[in-house]
Design a protein around this ligand. Structure first.
Ligand code: NOJ
Length: 559
């Protein structure tokens, strides 16, 4: 038995609870619905499921505005349902990861209701309150912008002060400089660990602390944010992000997580340059986050050189004992297949990369059936971020989509899971309006149809997931990119090697990142064909001396 912790070898599937399966017939997904689909997830070959928040919430940001961290939102079920979910997952050998929003609460949380009631309320200092700028106090305390457009300060007439929010006005930031807040939040973490959850995804965890002196953020030359830097509208985040005290707090959080056995883990949402992301994993002793999301992959084009560089970049910052994450879609960003022009062949190739490269893969629900973004009108959107852009002319939004590959309206990537070709894609009853409309391509892109078709994207995912789960070289091995002149330039190839005691294994991966069929000598002819993204592969028959790849085919050989 090797000593690699389970979370380094695992595969994570993200569920947006509102959109997975509606068991009650109200158009909204729920916990009982999820429980009824656990066999599907298990059968897919996934071990770990991360759930976007299902705690009690007014749902203004669909759960990322928590009203009570120790209760379940009524529309999703009860605490009993949640405990059953944990149990049913563990019975199947699965792991459960909850989404923890530590940075802010809902403005309807009793803490905030109390905090805003008067300046001398005991909860006043649980949030960040300041006087407005002198002389009149009618201007925000400083120039800090929120992550989403505009000042992050909001005036509250009742006490004539301003409160700070990193995100939206109804999501007031907790004041982590108050020790009571830290103690309470760590208690909440313990509450869920006691219930048996196996890990946490930490929402905007790089924003917990701000500058103690409330200094103005300096100017930046950036107009738009990017994966590298969240600075935008010409303002840097110097005093509102990556504060050293945030990293310090994460160490306390890590020591709470480490009190529990079997091993638990944390993955954090952090944005910024690679060296900064790496810092969040802690010092030499790795006493910070276990994993950080790496988002550079989200928008990467399928191009041999770019992907090779990305693997090298991830490896240079997250080499052993660290491990990168591979994320292509999530509940905030455009679905990967929509960036690939809806092309299933490319989606298979992309999946082959994600499941064979070194790193922890995060699959977003429906990615395995090629669920696309639904083009929805911004005026009717439910997403509170989209509301902020109502007045932005449509041609600008279209340009953002076309040139930046992003949709401002996050409803588009959150539509209901597509189970079958029936009305409402089997997500809810036919006569009910689902909370978001079903994406039109559901009649071909659904679980039922793709289960019956051996050549479908879903079946391809299952084959590769099975291979990854049963192949130590793929789930635990090192990675070396092959730079051989014998390889066609559109082929990306790498070797994964595993060695533990006398057990040794290598896997060789070839990805044809092109529209052409390619034939070339196999530089590793002693390896055996193991899997392909196509079911028509010729490689099994040609004794592995020559390799033939169909356009966008990915293959794995094992020795
Ligand atoms: C990041 C989450 O991924 C997003 O969905 C949410 O709206 C914000 N944080 C605020 O919590």
């Amino acid at each position: 038995m090797d000593q690699i912790p389970w979370w380094k070898k695992t595969i994570v599937y993200q569920i947006y609870p509102r959109s997975f399966y509606d068991s009650t017939g109200n158009g909204i997904g729920d916990l009982k619905g999820i429980i009824s689909k656990l066999d599907y997830i298990k059968d897919l070959g996934v071990e770990t499921v991360w759930f976007s928040p299902f705690y009690d919430s007014p749902q203004k940001d669909f759960g990322y505005d928590i009203r009570n961290y120790r209760e379940i939102a009524l529309e999703y079920g009860t605490m009993e349902d949640c405990e059953r979910l944990i149990m049913e997952m563990h019975d199947r050998g699965m792991k459960i990861v909850l989404d923890l929003v530590l940075n802010h609460t809902s403005d309807q949380h009793t803490w905030f209701v109390q905090s805003r009631s008067s300046k001398d309320n005991p909860k006043r200092d649980w949030y960040i309150w300041r006087d407005g700028r002198k002389p009149l106090g009618k201007k925000p305390p400083n120039n800090w912008k929120a992550i989403i457009r505009g000042s992050g300060w909001h005036y509250d007439a009742q006490t004539d002060q301003w409160y700070w929010t990193q995100f939206l006005p109804f999501q007031p930031d907790l004041n982590y400089r108050n020790p009571e807040v830290q103690t309470e939040m760590l208690d909440i973490v313990r509450f869920w660990l006691e219930k048996g959850v196996d890990g946490f995804r930490l929402d905007i965890i790089d924003a917990l602390f701000e500058d103690e002196k409330f200094r103005d953020n300096p100017c930046s030359f950036r107009l738009l944010p990017s994966e590298k830097s969240p600075d935008y509208l010409f303002q840097s985040k110097k005093y509102t992000q990556h504060h050293p005290d945030t990293l310090k707090f994460l160490k306390s959080l890590r020591s709470v997580i480490d009190e529990y056995s079997p091993t638990r883990f944390m993955v954090g949402e952090v944005t910024g340059p690679m060296f900064m992301l790496r810092k969040y994993c802690g010092d030499e002793t790795n006493d910070g986050l276990n994993l950080v999301f790496l988002f550079k992959s989200l928008g990467i084009s399928l191009n041999t050189i770019k992907i090779r560089r990305l693997i090298q970049l991830y490896e240079s910052f997250f080499s052993y004992p660290h491990i990168p994450t591979w994320v292509f879609s999530n509940h905030d960003r455009m679905r990967r297949i929509s960036r690939l022009g809806g092309d299933i062949k490319k989606a298979k190739l992309n999946m082959a990369l994600q499941l064979t490269v070194r790193g922890v893969p995060f699959i977003y629900y429906g990615e395995e059936i090629g669920m696309e973004n639904h083009n929805l009108e911004i005026e009717t959107s439910l997403d509170p971020v989209a509301h902020k852009f109502y007045k932005v002319p449509n041609f600008i939004l279209m340009a953002i989509k076309k040139y930046l590959g992003e949709s401002i309206n996050r409803d588009e990537c959150r539509t209901p899971m597509q189970w079958n070709s029936a009305q409402n894609a089997g997500f809810t009853k036919a006569e009910i309006d689902p909370w978001l409309p079903i994406t039109p391509s559901y009649s071909e892109r659904n679980v039922k149809i793709q289960t019956e078709n051996a050549d479908s994207l879903l079946q391809c995912y299952k084959r590769f997931l099975k291979l990854r789960n049963t192949t130590p070289a793929l789930n635990s091995g090192t990675i070396v990119i092959i730079n051989s002149s014998e390889l066609p330039s559109n082929v990306l190839s790498y070797i994964r090697s595993y060695s533990h005691g006398s057990e040794k294994q290598i896997a060789v991966i070839y990805l044809n990142i092109s529209d052409d069929s390619l034939e070339f000598k196999n530089p590793h002819k002693y390896a055996n064909f193991a899997e392909s993204t196509t079911v028509h592969t010729r490689n099994e028959k040609i004794k592995n001396v020559e390799i033939f790849l169909f356009p966008w085919e990915g293959v794995v050989y094992i020795a």
